[in-house]
Write a protein that binds this ligand. Sequence first.
Ligand code: AMP
Ligand code: GLY
Length: 421
Amino acid sequence: MDQQRPQHALVVGQGSREHALVYSLTESKHFSKVYAAPGNPGIAGLAECIAYQNLPELISWCAKREPLLVIIGPEAPLVAGLADALRSQGHWVVGPSQAAAALEGSKTYAKEVMRRYNIPTARAQMARTPAQLQAWIEEETMWPHVMKQSGLAGGKGVVIVDSREAAWHVAESWTERPELFDEGILWEECLIGEEISVHVLTNGHEYAWLPLTRDYKRVNARSDAPNTGGMGAFGPVPGLDPETKDRINKEILDPVMQFLRDERMLYRGVLYVGLMLTASGPQVLEFNVRMGDPETEVIVPMVEQDWGALWMQLAQGRLPRIADHFGKAAVAVVLADERYPNPTTGGQPLHIPQNLDGLVFQGATRLVDGVLEGNGGRILTVVGVGPDVSNARRQAYQVMSQIDAPGTQYRQDIALEHRDS
Ligand code: AMP
Ligand code: GLY
């Protein structure tokens, strides 16, 4: 790396995704020092963790440093404009501008952009008042239907309702939170098909596909179980025929690039499109302006390139080249608090043996008097890596079986339906 390039890097965030991002940098050897803000006890084994109370404090900390490579993991600081603030200080940032982050920050705005650019997505109406929502529920004849909060909700603001009664129930509980209606509630057609997570690296003009992955959104295998941030993932997902990939490029990704150019929005980072492959073709469920969690935990070990170099090119506005064949498959299984996705403050002791034959990325963990314990919903993610998905799956569950954590849950069926091609 030449002298102009930063020697130090910072990863913003504190989940398993950020642990995997820090790992991607420490494996790279291009950076002599990696910081994480705020990080977690697992990340502290690889990077120096920086505590901060609010974004202005983090921005001041960065202002005192030589130019850093900064990777912003979660959506909230992107939507709050952290990438712009750090770029204006001369740092090299992986993450879109605040303007472009609205593609994730407001589902209402994203729908409007999709309508303008003719991007296929579920039909939706937007309610600004409980009365409007109730009227649509009353008139609806198609069940199931989808109810979505427009603003950020950590993957938990979406409910699929299979009857009018169920919809009434959700509407009633959301009516108690008027701020949800200020941002808008979407009443959306339910799409049927196979769901995939498309991640691309992009400089706002061109894009490069990362391996295709599948996320398991529901807390357990039951079809009526609540949605979560994600309980597991695997990749590569086989069988995306060239025609479908071509449609995703032409009907979805190219128009997003056109939108960014038309609006002159700066985008150097990852665009993650949640897609449903329906009988009539790929349709967008949501745009995310960062990497998925737990998708990151499988993508990082699958792409056997120098991630430090990839991130740096992206931060400089260059499009990295990504191989289109991956020699490795990976399976991630999330260990969550048994109360998740309901709120929880954790507290269960965690025993993670040393030298496990797989990767363990910590999420909601804390150290209390030197003892590691759970600190919230998604506690950690174990990742198995192998020549194919079956081997990776076996390794992931073997590692999970060696972790002792009372009061937790994990799905047994991650990548179970998968057949290696
Ligand atoms: P979102 O945050 O919009 O991606 O929604 C979270 C999850 O809810 C998605 O990953 C899907 O599993 C599901 N979902 C969202 N919108 C729809 C839809 N229109 N039809 C069917 N499932 C949906
Ligand atoms: N795995 C879903 C998300 O990161 O939004």
